[in-house]
Design a protein. Structure first.
Length: 395
């Protein structure tokens, strides 16, 4: 009997379209003999839809015009299992049981623990990082702090809120110029795909960069820019008890930083966007064995430190002017294209990668089944709570 796997994608995120690309890729590579794949598209208005047509990316190019071809759904529990219910109509379909959720989402309101919390509330097993590790991975400021506290190399940085920038701009500019100095990298605290990230060489560019970042997030992270920079990426697969690193890649930048266009549009004109798989890169990265092993070991430590699960990609900054010193830049807890190209280069085909991710999700669920979530009490019978006061006392 096949396992019913609901693939969740889309969502209320600036990375909505990238999620669609990643999900369509993955659904085309899931073993359909083992799994019944149910696409669940989350619109930008936070509505859930399903359709057999979601296996083809064409329907999403004008979804509003083709929405009538899809079925709106919602989720509930029945007989201890999660059920996907179809909204009414003349031809109402029978509810469908879901065994596992496979989130392939990117960005805020999705990858940051929001969707994972919804799945936890449903009691539905799911692929990938849990609520805590998802939230840590998305928040660049908290992530940096956790890594610093665990002796993992990161660039020093300064962070502040959008309100602070509005009220104390001159004071913050002086602080940034004094303590960090140009060139500077400006980042929204909780976005991915290089959205809202800029490099500033002077005060005018700094003001423009921070204003842009504030339009995407209410917390901003500032770091010193490495001028002789190489970016190296490493994926990790597994859980905190047992995980392994992938081959390393070096993305090719066409600008001051690795931009959104570098990641997703560089080869779209020829063949249509293939997500991160279309990025210009050196794979494997041209590194000494010693440096490659150093990066892989740090990647595994990062993965375990935040308690990640499934597949993640850790992005590194390497300073060629300082003896190739390595810093962790960020972690992508649900990487674009699930980093399948890094695993294929490591000897793991995409279909096998997906199979291993699903196995990891069920393994975590078996562990959780042995965890106590409720305690039997008689507190409601022992106390009386009313509008005029309670006979029992809480606290």
């Amino acid at each position: 009997m096949k396992t019913n796997v609901a693939v969740f994608f889309g969502g209320r995120s600036v990375e909505h379209e990238i999620s669609i690309i990643s999900a369509v890729q993955a659904m085309g590579n899931i073993d359909r003999e083992k799994y019944e794949v149910i696409p669940v598209y989350m619109s930008k208005a936070s509505e859930f839809f399903t359709s057999e047509k979601f296996f083809d990316i064409e329907i999403f190019k004008d979804f509003d015009a083709r929405k009538k071809e899809c079925r709106k759904v919602y989720f509930s529990k029945a007989d201890g299992r999660t059920v996907m219910n179809y909204e009414g109509g003349i031809f109402k379909k029978k509810p469908q049981f879901i065994d596992l959720a496979f989130p392939i989402v990117h960005g805020t309101n999705c990858e940051d623990g929001s969707l994972q919390g919804f799945l936890e509330t449903l009691g539905l097993p799911y692929v990938g990082c849990d609520v805590c590790s998802s939230a840590l991975g998305m928040d660049k400021i908290l992530f940096k702090s956790v890594l610093q506290n665990n002796g993992i190399p990161v660039l020093p940085g300064i962070n502040f809120g959008a309100r602070d920038w509005a009220l104390k701009k001159e004071e913050l500019i002086t602080k940034l110029e004094t303590e960090i100095g140009y060139p500077i990298i400006v980042k929204p605290a909780n976005l991915g795909s290089s959205i809202g990230i800029s490099k500033a060489e002077n005060q005018a560019e700094l003001i423009t960069a921070v204003d842009l970042a504030c339009s995407f997030a209410d917390r901003i992270l500032i770091e010193k820019a490495i001028e002789k920079l190489r970016e190296i990426n490493c994926s990790v697969l597994g859980d905190r008890d047992n995980c392994e690193p992938s081959a390393l890649e070096e993305p090719i930048m066409h600008d001051k930083i690795l931009s959104f266009d570098d990641k997703y549009k560089s080869s779209a004109g020829k063949s249509g966007s293939k997500g991160m798989a279309s990025l210009s890169r050196k794979l494997p990265a041209e590194l000494s064995d010693e440096k490659a092993n150093e990066i892989k070991n740090i990647a595994v430590k990062v993965f375990k430190t935040i308690g990640a699960n499934g597949v993640a990609r850790i992005d590194f900054l390497m300073d060629s002017a300082d003896n190739d010193k390595v810093y962790v830049n960020e972690i992508n807890t649900i990487p674009g294209s699930l980093s399948f190209y890094l695993w294929e280069a490591t000897g793991v085909p995409y279909k096998e990668l997906i199979d291993r991710l699903i196995s990891l999700a069920f393994a975590r669920e078996r562990q959780r089944e042995n965890t106590m979530f409720t305690v039997d009490t008689n507190i409601l019978n022992e106390s009386s709570f009313g509008s005029k006061g309670a006979k029992g006392k809480l606290g």
